[in-house]
Design a protein around this ligand. Structure first.
Ligand code: SIN
Length: 283
């Protein structure tokens, strides 16, 4: 197994392994690379949904999928992200990841890791961007670090509660889906989170899910959040993954935000299988 750094911001590629036949020792090396590099791209994998599940489960319990009707038949924990259409119907979720976010920060136990397998890459575009939240936190001005040290963000899943995002017109059930999600409880997490495995501090906010600051008026909260949202995606923190066929990419939602960069148009199709490893309550 070889591990090679991909970018100054973060990220590593791993070659020379087959995820269908992993020894415990190699698995531990992958886990180490994941914690060190935050985003890992494991090249040249030929995986069925069952293979992806088996690999994902080695990291812990998996999340159920809120978008249950876009899962792989017989695999309720494998979500299909796709702009493809079959018999006039979307085969997967078309707007997954369309704004910067950390997966499931709106849940009571936010995600530890997301694992995405490239089933079909488009001919153009389809990149995923990742931003390093350890680096973003460390580069904050001292006054901002002090200002946010004890503040907590409000995280909401429904796009209809968030003025900074929009529901994609390409998603047929979008408005109804997000209307139903309005009743799900918001979650309150520290803006500065401590990574449970490494002890490093990380900025835990995102424009997709963070809609306010606990106990603070909207204007004051917006000033802080808008400054953090602009800061956290500065180019020096961002790694842009250009997918290769048979890539499996895994990222640490505790220290990384990400977004799907788009840039492809049907009939050029992109299909990904996505599994999500559940995590701990942020502190
Ligand atoms: C996601 O946000 O989980 C998906 C990102 C992508 O499709 O590139």
């Amino acid at each position: 197994m070889e591990v090679r750094t991909l970018d100054a911001a973060m990220g590593a590629e791993i070659t020379g392994i087959d995820l269908r036949a992993l020894s415990d020792d190699t698995f531990e090396k992958i886990r180490d690379a994941f914690l060190t590099h935050q985003v890992i791209a494991i090249r040249d994998q030929v995986l069925s949904p069952a293979d992806q599940l088996a690999f994902s489960r080695r990291f812990g319990a998996l999340e159920d999928q809120l978008n249950a009707h876009y899962t792989v038949p017989d695999f309720p924990e494998v979500l299909v992200l796709s702009n493809d259409v079959k018999d006039g119907k979307p085969v997967g979720l078309i707007d997954g990841g369309d704004f910067w976010h950390s997966d499931s920060s709106h849940r009571p136990f936010p995600s530890m890791a997301t694992i995405l397998y490239a089933v079909k890459n488009p001919n153009e575009g389809g990149d995923t961007e990742f931003a390093n939240m350890h680096a973003a936190y460390e580069a904050l001005p001292a006054a901002m670090k002090t200002r946010i040290a004890t503040l907590k963000g409000i995280h909401a899943v429904s796009k209809l509660k968030n003025k900074r995002v929009t529901v994609s017109p390409r998603r047929p059930d979008g408005k109804d889906f997000y209307e139903r999600q309005k009743s799900l409880p918001d979650q309150i997490w520290p803006l500065v989170r401590t990574h449970p495995a490494t002890g490093r501090k990380t900025l835990y906010v995102s424009p997709r899910f963070t809609i306010g600051i606990e106990g603070m008026g909207e204007d004051e909260a917006d000033t802080i959040l808008d400054a953090l949202f602009a800061h956290q995606i500065r180019p020096e923190f961002v790694y842009r993954h250009r997918w290769r066929d048979r890539d499996l990419v895994m990222w640490d939602n505790r220290s990384v935000i990400h977004q799907a960069a788009g840039g492809y148009v049907y009939p050029d199709t992109r299909t990904m299988y996505r599994t999500v490893v559940a995590g701990d309550r942020p502190f």
